[in-house]
Design a protein around this ligand. Structure first.
Ligand code: SF4
Ligand code: SF4
Length: 242
């Protein structure tokens, strides 16, 4: 049986619960094809107390989107063990508090598009009813809005929307795929935060980006400030927009 996608509004209810009591516990953490966003990488590398470079080398694989040239990062599944996630254990997810956005959002999927009328990002949700998942027969109901709150997804969405804005700019302004230099800049600013910090220390802040002293200091000490700045920096570097 195939997955059913059922569109839902924010205040629509759905029936679902996941816990160690379900018979399929941990099954969805096998045979994974798990994309990571820049914010996912930030959370996981800090959770594991690793540098971004070490985390990317050890736990991820990268491929280049054939049409877009965008570097896409996925978790490196364990090939000897059912392609399972490196973070799953008998007891469940070992990085639960910092698990990626897609793990949190499931069984919902979130799609974001840019309104042609207003230029604003518009979000849509759908329920992914997968036959193997027994969570749909558990007796708990909640609205989409409650799920987002419960799973603490807002901060993930906020940063993922910054990424979407860059992808929208790419689609609007550059029909050809990113070239090797542009791919390097994308990887540096969004995925490899520790290397990006070093790059800024060595090369300075471009003139087109105004920062006061407190904001400059935050880039040295605060990964989140650095990641938000990385999106602005990349827009300037790739599309000439501050
Ligand atoms: S990060 Fe956690 S929840 Fe997500 S696939 Fe891995 S073990 Fe499962
Ligand atoms: S209920 Fe669904 S989400 Fe939970 S472990 Fe089973 S397959 Fe995964």
């Amino acid at each position: 049986m195939d997955t059913d996608f059922i569109p839902l509004e924010l205040d629509d209810e759905f029936q679902f619960a996941c816990s160690p009591e379900v018979p399929c516990f941990n099954q969805c953490c096998r045979d994974i094809n798990q994309y990571l966003t820049p914010y996912d990488i930030y959370r996981l590398k800090n959770r594991l107390n690793m540098t971004s470079g070490d985390f990317l080398n050890k736990h991820t694989v990268e491929h280049i989107g054939p049409q877009t040239g965008l570097p896409i990062v996925s978790l490196k599944a364990l090939p000897q063990e059912d392609l399972r996630c490196p973070f799953v254990s008998e007891e469940g997810c070992r990085v639960y508090e910092d698990r990626p956005a897609s793990c949190r959002t499931y069984p919902l999927a979130r799609a974001v598009s840019q309104s042609r009328a207003t230029g604003q990002l518009v979000e849509n949700y759908a329920l992914m009813q997968e036959p193997h998942c027994k969570g749909f027969s558990q007796k708990r109901t909640q609205t989409v809005r409650e799920w987002i709150q419960d799973q603490e997804i807002e901060e993930y969405n906020r940063f993922n929307d910054m990424l979407m804005a860059i992808i929208s700019l790419k689609n609007q302004h550059k029909r050809s795929p990113l070239d090797l230099r542009e791919q390097h800049l994308f990887r540096l600013a969004l995925y490899d935060l520790d290397a990006f910090r070093m790059h800024l220390e060595n090369n300075g802040i471009p003139e087109g980006l105004q920062l006061d002293a407190a904001e400059r200091e935050a880039l040295r000490t605060d990964d989140l400030a650095l990641l938000a700045f990385g999106h602005r920096w990349l827009q300037l570097m790739l599309f000439g927009r501050a």
